[in-house]
Structures are given as C-alpha cells and as structure tokens.
Design a protein around this ligand. Structure first.
Ligand code: GDG
Length: 457
C-alpha cells in the first residue's frame, strides 16, 4: 500500500481534539490518516523564525509542521486565504479584499511548503492536498521535480465563473490546479461551476467520466462529498459524557423543546438569518412562548479578521434585542454561547435537541448537519432543518429544506418540525441516517483515493 501524504493548512493531531473548535477537515482527516502510514504536513499555527519542519507521532498519525513568520500569517492566512478566497468562494464579493501583498504572501508560503515537503516524499507516495490555502502547492511541487500522483480536494464551494473572474490573476490560480491528477469537489453543483469556468475561460475539453483536458494535460474532476466518522459519533452519542450532557440539557429544558445550532462563528453560516427566522417564529406563534428555546453554540474563529469581529457584534446585538423583546421572567428564548465544547458533549446536546437548525448562506458541505443526524435516538429522533445552500443538501434530501434568506421559510420549518408526528420523524431520520452511515468519511477517503490511483491508468 502506498503511503499517504496529506497537506493542509493546519494539522490537528488527535491529542488536540478535546474541547475548542475542531474544524471539519481535522475531524475527517484524522480518521483517514490513522489507517494509512504517512505524514500530515501543515502550518503549526504558530509564528516563529525559519521554516523548519518538526515531526511528531501520536496515536498512529505522524505530523510535520512548520512555523510561519508574522508577515506570512498576515498575508497568506489572514489575507489571501481568509480575506480574499474564503469570502469570494462563498459568493461574498462584497466582503472580498484584493491586495497584491496577500497574493504575494500566498504564493510565497506555498513555495516554502513545496520546498520543505519535496525532499520528504518517496517514490510511490500518494499526495493529497487540501483546500483553498494550498491551491498552487501541486504546481510548485512539480517544479521541485515531484512526479507522484497528486490529488486536490476543495472543502469549500467553487464559485460561479462570473464571480471568480473578479479575482485578479484568477486564471493563474485555476491553471495551477492542472498540476494535480484529480480534483475533488464536495458537490455536483461546485463541480459544474468548475467545469463552466474551464470551458468558458480556458478552452478546456470535457470528456467522459469527469476528465478535463487542456492541451496535452488531462486530469479528472469529480464530486466526492465528505462524510463524518459516523460509527465514532454514534458511539460518542451513546457514551457517558454525552449521556451526562443530555441529562443536563433535559433538566434545564424543563419540558421545553430545544432547537440547537452549532457553528464556527462565521458569516457564511447564516447566523443572523437563523436568529431572524427564529424571531419570526416567535412573533408568529405566541402560543409557543416559554415552550421552546434556541441554543446557539458559536466558538469564535479567525478573530484577526475584521469581518469576523463584525459578525460577532451583530449576533450579540441580535441576541440582546430578541431576548429583550420576547423573554419572560422565567424564560430566555436564545441561549447564545460563544465558546466550544468537547465533541461528546456536543453529541449529547444534539441528541437532546428536538430540532437541528443548520442555515448557512453557502457551505461546502456542513458536517454539523451530519453529526446531528448521527447523534439522534432512533426511537425518538429530532428533525434536521437544513439550508438549501449547504453542500449537504445534495445528499440529505429528507431534511426539512429551507431558504435561509427567508425568515418565513425558517419559521414555517420550525413549526412543521415541532408538529411532526413520531412516525414521520422516524422515517425521515432513517433515510438521512442511511446516507450519513454509508457515505461516511471512510467512503469519502476511499472514493477519492481510488480516483487518484486509477487516474491515467
Ligand atoms: C469546512 C467547510 C465542510 C463546531 N463547534 C464545535 C465543534 N465544531 C465542529 C463541528 C464540525 C466542525 O467543527 C465544523 O464543520 P463544518 O463542516 O460545519 O464547517 P467548517 O469548519 O466551515 O468546515 C465545510 C468542512 O470544511 C469539511 O469539508 O463541511 O463546508 O466550510 O465537526 O462539530 N467541535 C467541538 N466543539 C465545538 O464547540 N469539539
């Protein structure tokens, strides 16, 4: 079996997994890497001089990280990754910042990674690069003489061509993707957008089975939706910590229905829209006052970026206003918690919740939706309300689908969910769970790695 080399911006070894906001990528890759011998490369998350690799092995996963300089972090991570590519790829041209230094820093840091990683690669290693931080890495590795099979997986959406062309040097960025043998997207929709771009902007020729040819170079572009480690999550939901969290919730609910939202604090997650939908619900259904509440867990992320500080302020204002307007002396309609919790505590909270409310304006996939499904009690499952703009909507078709831009759409779905008979809840949950259980993180990994091994055979 070939070794698997994974490269992503951040490396999150298993020991770092308790508490705090654990990104979806980290959760997924840890499960995948444990089965393969190999190395996970990335940024340490720290600022420091030099770019030396530090290796460590924990629980079957070897990681190799390097520090970046303050300037690298500012331009590559806070800059091009999080102030240029992230908003643009989430259709937020209004929040996208185009600065030459950001692009320069991004290319420089990717070149550092290529230079450091290339000597560590063995002849038949498979290389799997992740996400928007690392788009040009494959091309830069090829410049270092690397001839291995290389795949790239994009965890976030691929934007429509008309938005992408607003990025200075967009073509240079997309061309660099052709250094990979396989490119994976979360959904058919993002894949379609990519195919549209390469045919309209680059004269690519599309072939059967996802092949894309430019000149003499043929690669494969596929849709390959990421899953969760469903078995582990079900186990967590049935474990003692989750049970304690469940009991704690049940005690504090005192018969009220819990609606839960769990998201990194990010403008793509549709949190103000979610609160507005819930507010509309309370206004439309005064009879439900004191019988329901929304628990929103939102650990802060990317706090160096102004737009992230803004979203935090917006939500604090909204929570205060809604609670001020609707609360009673013995009831607060929104509990807004600005910190992270361990995974198994989350599993217990999900299980205690009558509704999982997932309302992103755009999301590559959204693993919380899948985790909510996995955590449910099969005999008395809750209802998933899901944005039509989450990548997960392509798979989780039995969720109650909403348009997050419409407060009425969210409000009506909340009422439908609370009124839903047990039989229908069970039926919907069963078909959601079949997908979450079958198309899990191992299925995803296998599908991508198979595509990579078979490409060009
Ligand atoms: C990107 C894409 C795509 C959240 N709060 C806590 C916590 N979390 C965990 C969740 C989930 C993960 O973080 C978030 O994953 P998402 O998929 O929802 O979102 P992103 O972080 O934006 O991830 C996304 C994903 O990559 C994978 O490809 O699905 O579209 O944007 O696992 O449970 N975990 C803990 N405490 C928290 O308070 N322990």
């Amino acid at each position: 079996m070939s070794r698997l080399i994974v490269v992503s911006n951040r490396v999150s070894a298993p020991k770092a997994q308790s508490g705090g906001a654990q990104g979806g990528l980290a959760v997924a890759l840890t499960s995948a890497l444990r089965e393969h011998d190999g190395i996970w490369f990335g940024w340490s998350g720290d600022a420091g001089p030099g770019h030396e690799l530090t290796f460590s092995t924990y629980d079957g996963v070897t990681s190799a990280t390097l520090d970046l300089s303050e300037q690298d972090i500012e331009e590559y991570y806070d800059g091009y990754a999080n102030r240029t590519l992230w908003p643009l790829f989430h259709y937020r041209l209004d929040l996208t910042e185009f600065e030459r230094e950001f692009q320069g820093g991004y290319e420089r840091v990717n070149a550092v990674f290529a230079e450091k990683i290339a000597p560590e690669i063995q002849e038949d290693d498979l290389i799997w690069v992740h996400d928007y931080h690392m788009i040009p890495l494959g091309w830069l590795l090829r410049q270092q003489g690397c001839r291995n099979r290389m795949g790239f997986f994009l965890h976030i959406p691929w934007p429509p061509t008309r938005l992408l062309v607003a990025l200075p040097d967009h073509r240079r960025l997309v061309e660099s993707l052709f250094a990979y043998d396989v490119i994976g997207f979360q959904t058919n929709e993002w894949l379609e957008s990519f195919r549209h771009y390469v045919t309209h902007e680059m004269d690519a020729v599309l072939g059967p089975d996802g092949s894309v040819t430019i000149g003499s170079r043929t690669i494969r572009a596929i849709a390959c939706p990421i899953g969760i480690d469903t078995g582990e999550f079900v186990e967590a939901a049935n474990g003692k910590t989750a049970h304690d969290a469940y009991e704690r919730m049940a005690e504090s609910n005192i018969g009220r229905d819990l609606i839960v939202g769990v998201d990194r604090l990010d403008y793509s997650k549709g949190l103000p829209e979610r609160f507005a939908g819930y507010e509309r619900y309370l206004a439309k259904h005064p009879e439900r006052k004191n019988k329901v509440y929304l628990l929103q867990i939102a650990p802060p992320s990317r706090t160096a970026v102004q737009t992230y500080r803004d979203i935090r302020q917006t939500l604090e204002g909204l929570t205060g206003r809604i609670n001020g307007e609707f609360a009673d002396i013995d009831w607060v309609p929104i509990r807004y918690v600005n910190r992270g919790f361990p995974r198994d505590v989350l599993a217990g909270i999900f299980r205690a919740a009558r509704i999982g409310l997932v309302t992103p304006l755009r999301d590559g996939m959204n693993l919380v939706a899948k985790e909510y499904v996995a955590a449910q009690d099969p005999d008395n499952p809750g209802v998933l309300i899901l944005s039509q703009f989450a990548g997960a909507a392509e798979q989780l078709t039995e969720a109650l689908m909403i348009n997050p831009y419409s407060p009425d759409s969210i409000a009506d779905a909340i009422e439908t969910a609370l009124e839903m008979p047990l039989e229908e809840r069970k039926e919907r949950w069963r078909s959601l769970m079949d997908i979450v259980a079958y198309e899990d993180v191992f299925w995803w990994r296998q599908r991508f790695v198979d595509a990579l091994m078979n490409q060009g055979q």
